[in-house]
Design a protein around this ligand. Structure first.
Ligand code: AMP
Length: 113
């Protein structure tokens, strides 16, 4: 299995997991860009948001619901946070397994670079 996030989902390589269930895994980003930087991935391999189909919409909703839960659990919901899905080359996606970033713990600039 070559996909690094599939390998995390299968427990083949370590990650600092903060939440998991039968559909998703949430873990700290190895190169955090904010005091809190968590990634939420579906266990199902899908390359990106652009590769999803309407049949994945419930799973996408669960990814966002997991962001909401993790933000509450990590105590950043009240101050606010940013949720990012980098998609494709221009979107800055570097890992080809759909993932949502949860960034929090400092004021975040806008627009992104
Ligand atoms: P993106 O650029 O949106 O594709 O984001 C990929 C993210 O995955 C980056 O923020 C990386 O730091 C992160 N990342 C890559 N490998 C790992 C890993 N083994 N464990 C945790 N985060 C990772």
């Amino acid at each position: 299995m070559s996909c690094i996030f599939c390998r995390i989902a299968f427990g083949e390589i370590p990650a600092r997991i903060v939440y998991q269930d039968e559909q998703v895994v949430a873990f700290h980003d190895v190169s955090p860009q904010a005091p809190v930087h968590v990634l939420v991935i579906p266990r199902l391999h899908v390359d990106s948001l652009a590769a999803t189909q309407p049949e994945h919409d419930a799973l996408l909703g669960h990814v966002l619901g997991t962001i909401r839960k993790v933000a509450r659990d990590l105590g950043v919901a009240d101050n606010g946070y940013r949720t990012v899905l980098n998609t494709g080359f221009d979107g800055g996606q570097s890992v080809g397994h759909l993932h949502a970033h949860l960034l929090a713990g400092r004021p975040l600039g806008w627009p992104p670079g």
